[in-house]
Design a binder for this molecule. Structure first.
Ligand code: 5GP
Length: 194
């Protein structure tokens, strides 16, 4: 998605060779106009796919998910990061290790929001090692629902998550795929000519 790639070049900062900061438009301040375009792009990318619901993870997945939900006219559910691990009644839970924060979060979705047989599109802001996406997939499977696809705003394709999900057979659509990050330099996958 050219608009997104241009914005990453303009406002993104490579904090290291592995971490990209995009707090100007996605992770802290949010650009609603860009989010609307992201919603339209996900709609196009998943054209013809049956989607009953969108599942994301708080907090940065919510903005792109809501705009996609608006385009598709389907509800959006966000998994919550849990503070108390004691009460699990009526909850679908999974663990997510975040290497950017170096901590494990337990995430949960109320069972009532994902029903058996639902076709669920998973959306997240970033895809790196696939921890967050796999935890959301785990929750969908626990609910006896179906993963309709995985929509990612920014995939860091030099990390293993994207390839593993595609090899596992999931329909993954990433709006920007980053090949490498370096000091002052962000390279995208489709810039590479073989
Ligand atoms: P994964 O679970 O695939 O390893 O990493 C994806 C999750 O970690 C996303 O939900 C995102 O919040 C966070 N994340 C991973 N890499 C980055 C990054 O380079 N920049 C930012 N801002 N978040 C990241």
């Amino acid at each position: 998605m050219e608009l997104l790639k241009d914005r990453i070049i303009k406002d993104g900062t490579a904090l290291s060779e592995t971490v990209l900061k995009v707090d100007q438009f996605l992770n802290h301040q949010i650009d609603p106009v860009l989010m609307v375009e992201i919603g339209k792009e996900f709609k196009t990318r998943f054209e013809g796919v049956k989607i009953d619901k969108i599942l994301t993870l708080e907090s940065s997945g919510i903005a792109p998910s809501v705009m996609t939900g608006l385009e598709l006219s389907v509800p959006v559910v966000f998994a919550r990061k849990r503070k108390s691990l004691t009460l699990t009644d009526g909850l679908l839970t999974a663990d997510v290790y975040s290497y950017t924060k170096q901590e494990t979060n337990n995430i949960a979705v109320a069972e009532k929001f994902i029903q058996p047989g639902d076709n669920v599109l998973i959306i997240d802001d970033f895809l790196a090692n696939g921890e967050a996406a796999n935890a959301l997939i785990h929750i969908v499977k626990k609910a006896e629902a179906t993963v309709a696809g995985v929509g990612i705003v920014i995939e860091k394709s030099f990390q293993k998550g994207g390839n593993e999900l595609r090899e596992a057979g999931y329909h993954v659509e990433s709006l920007a795929r980053i090949r490498s990050l370096g000091a002052g330099e962000i390279k995208f996958v489709d810039e590479v000519k073989n």
